[in-house]
Structures are given as C-alpha cells and as structure tokens.
Design a binder for this molecule. Sequence first.
Ligand SMILES: [Mg+2]
Length: 286
Amino acid sequence: MAGGSLLRPWLPLDIARDALTLRRVPFDFSPYAAVLLDLDGTLYHEDHVLPGAAALVARLRSEGRTYACLTNSTSSPQRLRERLLTMGIDVPADQIYTAAAAAADYVLEHFPNPPRVFNLATEGLHEMLDGRVHWVNEIGQPCDAVICGAPANVFATPQRQRIALYLLRAGATLVGVCADRVYPSPRGLELGSGALASMMAYAAGVTPLYTGKPEAIFFQELCGKLRVEPNQCVLVGDNLESDIAGAKRLGMATILTLTGVTHAADVPSIPNALRPDAIIPDLTHL
Ligand SMILES: [Mg+2]
C-alpha cells in the first residue's frame, strides 16, 4: 500500500492553509511502520527545542513506535545525540541518521575493505570511520573516495582541499555529504557541503555523488537500518525539497511543519508535485 493512502484525512490541505486556526488533534501514528523526524527546523532551531518536539519524541517512545531522527548534518549521530540531550531530548545514537553517516556507510559498502578514504569534512566523520578505513593524508597515495563536507568543517582546510584536488584528479570518487548550497547558523547563512563539493568537482573535472537528503540512498539506507519499507513510513520535516520531495519520491507519507525554512505565507504557492499530505504550524499539532 502506498504510504500516502495511509494518511488519515485529519488535516486537509485547504484547512491547513489557515494553519494557525487548526485544532490540536493527537495524530495516530499506528498505520505507519516508522516515523521519521527531521531535526533542524523541525525538532530544534539552533540551540533551542521547538514547541512540541520533546513531547512528541517522548510519546513515540512510550507508544513503542519505530522512529528515527534525520539530518543533513556533516557530524556523527553520537554528536547529534549529545546535542539533543542538551535540549532535553533523549534519542539513542542508532536512531539518528546524518548525511555524514550516510557518506560513511556509502564508502564502507561500495569500496574494497578497507576503503582508502580522504576526509574533507568533520571530526564526527573521522570518529565514525576511524579503524574501519585506511585514511589517506597525502598527494600520491592510492585513494578510493574523498568525503566532502562544508568549507567551515575542521578537516576542510585550504591545504586539505588542495590534497583532495590531486586525489580526485587521480581517480578518487567525490562523495559529497549533501548537496545543500547553504545552511543556517547563528550569524546567518554559511556555505554548505554542496558548495564545497561543487567547487572540488569543477576543479577536478569530476561529478560528485551525494549521500544526504533528498537522495534516495539516504532514505533507503535509513529504512534498511530500521527494517521498514520506505512506503510504510511517515516523515515530518520543514524543507519542501530535502524532506518532502525526497520522501515523496519513495512513497512516504509526508507532514510539513512550518517551524523551519517553509513559512505559512509559502503554503498557497507550493507546487502540486511538492505538496505534503498534511501541513502543521508546529509539532504540538501532532
Ligand atoms: Mg530541516
């Protein structure tokens, strides 16, 4: 059964356009094999938890639901777990999936063991792969993959960008953590992983392979870990492209929350192809 047909008509889109007038209705997650929750803009914004987030996670746990948190973060699930704990949300690391974790899974699954990897991303990526890959550190060494994060990441210094350039020109695969152009920070927009991967790809004359949202590989890997089929899941997210479109392509039911990058004023102009099954002002409405 397609995921969308499972969603009860509890929140029709024409009502949702006037989102702030909605009644608060406990949402029944029982038709779904798993609940997937985006993090930034859905559960939290910067360092503060968004309304209803902690209660929703606690409820999913108390109801015994299969659920997971997902993010295009270049860090590790363990580091995201610690960040969530500071906000009073307790999610086990194995129920958090980051774009960097997807990149780590990709190299472990697609290259001879142990893969030879150059880290152009984060300490979190280093922690996930240390002891499981052969780290490449110099020009001229055999290299299967360069994993590329955002320009501000600790392992993405100009010196290391130059080493990566040589490794890519010698044949290494460019694995971009995600294709995001930018990401939000307390001081505004920052250059995203997609920006650095595009620059490296252009200089090296190669095509990057991305592992984060909205790539199908990201959702498929996560669903594989949860032992569920994508079209049996419901996803809650704030981003029409990386969350809703990615999930819809795999047949997931989708709920858009208006606490992140999509605002109530954007709702009437959402193209049909990107329409979620439901729209909520925030997680208290679940
Ligand atoms: Mg988000």
